[in-house]
Write a protein that binds this ligand. Structure first.
Ligand SMILES: Cc1cc2nc3c(=O)[nH]c(=O)nc-3n(C[C@H](O)[C@H](O)[C@H](O)COP(=O)(O)O)c2cc1C
Length: 320
């Protein structure tokens, strides 16, 4: 049997990678699937409208315009309630249901969500087994975890609990909750998790370039990788990984410029005019690292508040 080809996933990023950015990034190509921002499950079974608001892709067979599958991410700590929500969203036939055990946000953690559960492998096991039991077999149930809360001593127990509970794949963000987003990521610990479980482990954390991609695969031994901020900072990163390296920088910027215009059009259709410029500046702010032209554009837009002014500045800069 031949080895399946390496898979690349676009990470869930609440407040950043919404349906608009997922659409634009997956159209550039290279991704096998993406994941929605987390949907918090705390007291009730959420209406279908909550799921379709976060993932309008549910109306198009749970795929982005490019055809990339979109998995729905749930966050919570009550096994029964998570299972009830998973069963309910399953009727909309999502491409997968992912469970969040990595969110480090204090407000979420105080309410026992995300990474706060990483000291309780038995609870993780109960959550995933109850969710798996009610989700139709054709819909993958997956999970995403960090290495622990303040230390990594329970990382393998948590990963085994999740795998034994019946998930199909496990994404490991190679940091503890207390590490926040500080580099470096602890890729070598992902290798130990990969060796401990029989399901595919997807490595995640601090992949900004093609050489980071090669390094995370070498060190973790994982075939598959999930890209987060690096995918936003360099919208051609997945494509660059697939094609194995450098292309013509001028042609690349023209491609990125087209993506920026597409994003701007879609964002204006989605959010209030007062919010749209901020969304574009947020993306350009991250892209400044990778493209000099994005830095220039960011500087030109920084003080602008009105959508008309932003559109005019984009026309001036991107026509040059
Ligand atoms: C702005 C932002 C929002 C995030 N939101 C989520 C989320 O909703 N669910 C989740 O599992 N991880 C979330 N993450 C974590 C990322 O999915 C990823 O694990 C992390 O950024 C490390 O990968 P990277 O170094 O490639 O960015 C978020 C990260 C960022 C930066």
């Amino acid at each position: 049997m031949t080895n399946p080809s390496p898979k690349l996933a676009l990470a869930p990023m609440e407040g950043l990678a919404d349906d608009v950015l997922r659409d634009v990034l997956t159209r550039a190509g290279g991704y096998d699937w993406c994941v929605t921002e987390f949907i918090r499950v705390s007291t009730t079974v959420l209406p279908h409208s909550t799921f379709t608001r976060v993932s309008p892709e549910l109306r198009t067979s749970s795929r982005t315009r490019a055809g990339t599958p979109v998995r729905i991410q749930l966050l919570g700590s009550d096994p029964g309630l998570l299972a009830a929500n998973a069963a309910h969203v399953s009727r909309l036939e999502p491409a997968g249901i992912d469970l969040n055990f990595g969110c480090p946000t204090p407000l979420i953690n105080r309410k026992r969500g995300g990474a706060a559960l990483l000291n309780e492998p038995e609870l993780l096991h109960r959550i995933v087994s109850q969710v798996r039991a009610v989700v139709p077999a054709g819909i993958p149930v997956t999970a995403k975890m960090r290495l622990g809360i303040s230390d990594t001593s329970k990382a393998i127990d948590c990963a085994c609990a999740l795998a034994d509970g019946g998930i199909q794949e496990l994404v490991v963000h190679a940091r503890t909750k207390e590490d926040g987003y500080r580099p470096p990521a602890r890729w070598h610990l992902v290798a130990a998790i990969r060796e401990a479980v029989a399901i595919p482990v997807i490595a995640n954390g601090e992949v900004w370039t093609v050489s980071d991609y090669q390094a995370i695969r070498d060190i973790t031994g994982c075939r598959d990788v999930m890209l987060g901020r690096g995918a936003v900072a360099d919208p051609l990163l997945a494509q660059r990984i697939r094609s194995g390296g450098g292309q013509d920088p001028i042609a690349e910027w023209q491609t990125v410029a087209g993506m920026i215009i597409d994003f701007w059009t879609q964002v204006q259709n989605k959010v209030l005019p007062a919010q749209a410029p901020g969304r574009l500046k947020q993306w350009l702010g991250l892209m400044r690292k990778s493209y000099r032209q994005a830095d220039d554009l960011y500087t030109a837009l920084r003080e602008l508040r009105m959508t008309n002014d932003v559109s005019a500045a984009l026309r001036r800069h991107l026509a040059e």
